[in-house]
Ligand binder design. Structure first.
Ligand SMILES: *[C@@H]1O[C@H](CO)[C@@H](O)[C@H](O)[C@H]1NC(C)=O
Length: 443
């Protein structure tokens, strides 16, 4: 009898886990500060890489906090212990005042784990580089440093050690590469620009140029991101002909197995070599994985993520079916691409320049999509599984009262299986807060 009872329980539990799969078991909100005044979204932009990141049991979040005066915004850097979670503590850089009310001009944050340096780059839309870096060791032994702006150097207009072109800069991104750090940026302008990668060495504590890997031809590539995992760096992008978003076209993809020195197309053929001075352009052989004509709704800088099984995923949107739909594109470990409209009841349609979403990977392997409604203030978190061919999207969470492109802490998700998301509330200044919600994941 007892055995049967246990068998029944086991069956129920097994059935429940098949039905329910990944879930959010708790959501904890903390507040970072007050979003700045004005019509531009200076916090919570999809290209901010990263707004929030963690290392060694501590988490960091970068944002502009209000100074109380319109168009006088201050770079603010929070840190907190996350193992276990403690309160945020903040430093405010008063030696640099951000004054351009333009949603391009966000802050990006990166950590070189090898030497414990924290890197910040901020306030760009086709202007000279703004960059500052902490002393070594700050992220390695955080508890032994009082959180103070004195830990950081001043704003620089070049990366120390590197030869490069430092203006006009837009969209700085950091990405960890083993114990070191990549810096990726656009030089040029919308409709006419190139993308460069630099590498920070945690042994020499200095930067070097890897090269120009994407080169516009009277146009520019807008990347969904650069993701480094298991020795492979992967990028996906759309091409833009003019500053007008309707001239976006195609989905491009390339990868590098030598930290950006050479790049391969989907078939594995080398298509760019930094030492030879060659870059990927709009007509480079095998670099377009889906031909999507101009006027078909693909947006610049949406979501991408690599998974541990060698797959690579992209989130974007199209009107090619005749109606605006979200799309998931993914590459199998053997290089086969699949494109599926994301069909979920309750998920509204995207719009031409509506808020952009992100993709993440749970440690259990599910694909997570963080999608902001393009028509109201909701943000949705969904998950799908490899067993369901990533078409079995299931709603994990809905929140309301946001005007944000949801940004998450990739390192913490991997280390703690906690999806820690940076949110900007909707509403008017000064009620609009910047928050972090920690979603604990269960399965
Ligand atoms: C951010 O701005 C708010 C409103 O002025 C203020 O209360 C808060 O102390 C600021 N945060 C920091 C870290 O200065």
């Amino acid at each position: 009898m007892q055995a049967n009872f246990h068998t029944l329980l086991w069956l129920l539990t097994a059935a429940a886990s098949v039905v329910f799969g990944l879930s959010i078991t708790s959501a904890t909100t903390t507040t970072l500060g007050i979003d700045v005044e004005g019509s531009a979204r200076l916090n919570g932009g999809s290209f901010q890489t990263s707004a929030i990141t963690s290392y060694n049991g501590w988490q960091y979040a970068a944002f502009y906090n209000t100074s109380g005066t319109y168009a006088q915004n201050l770079v603010t850097l929070g840190r907190r212990k996350i193992n276990p979670v403690a309160a945020w503590e903040f430093i405010v850089f008063k030696d640099y005042v951000q004054t351009t009310i333009d949603g391009h001009n966000t802050i990006s944050l990166g950590i070189s784990t090898g030497d414990g340096t924290i890197h910040l780059s901020y306030d760009h839309h086709d202007v000279p580089l703004h960059y500052r870096v902490s002393q070594q060791g700050v992220a390695t032994n955080p508890a032994s440093y009082t959180w103070s702006t004195a830990l950081f150097g001043s704003t620089l207009n070049a990366l120390p050690g590197a030869t490069g072109i430092w203006t006009p800069v837009t969209y700085p991104r950091f990405e960890r590469v083993d114990n070191d750090l990549f810096f990726e940026l656009r030089i040029g302008a919308s409709g006419s620009g190139d993308s460069y990668i630099y590498l920070y060495s945690s042994s020499t504590h200095s930067w070097s140029q890897v090269g120009r890997y994407l080169q516009g031809s009277d146009n520019n590539a807008y990347i969904n991101g650069i993701d480094y995992l298991s020795g492979r760096l992967q990028a996906s992008w759309t091409w833009r002909e003019t500053p007008d978003v309707v001239t976006n076209h195609d989905l491009g993809y390339a990868y590098s197995d030598d930290k950006g020195l050479t790049w391969k197309n989907n078939a594995g053929t080398t298509i760019a070599s930094m030492s030879a001075g060659t870059a990927i352009g709009p007509t480079t052989s095998g670099s377009i994985v889906y031909t999507i004509p101009q006027g078909s709704g693909i947006l610049n800088q949406e979501g991408q993520i690599a998974d541990a099984a060698g797959r690579f995923h992209v989130l974007n949107r199209e009107t090619t079916s005749g109606t605006y739909l979200w799309y998931h594109y993914w590459r199998s470990a053997t290089g086969i691409w699949t494109r599926n409209a994301i069909s979920i009841s309750g998920l509204g349609a995207p719009t031409a320049t509506g808020l952009r979403g992100k993709l993440a990977i749970a440690n259990s392997g599910e694909l997570i999509a963080l999608i902001p409604s393009n028509t109201n203030t909701e943000v949705y978190i969904y998950a799908s599984t490899v067993a369901g061919s990533f078409k079995d999207w299931k709603l994990l969470w809905t929140g309301t009262g946001f005007s944000t492109e949801p940004l998450f802490d990739k390192a913490r998700l991997k280390d703690q299986n906690i999806l820690s998301v940076f949110f900007r509330q909707s509403g008017s200044y000064p009620d609009r807060k910047l928050q972090v919600i920690d979603f604990a994941l269960g399965s």
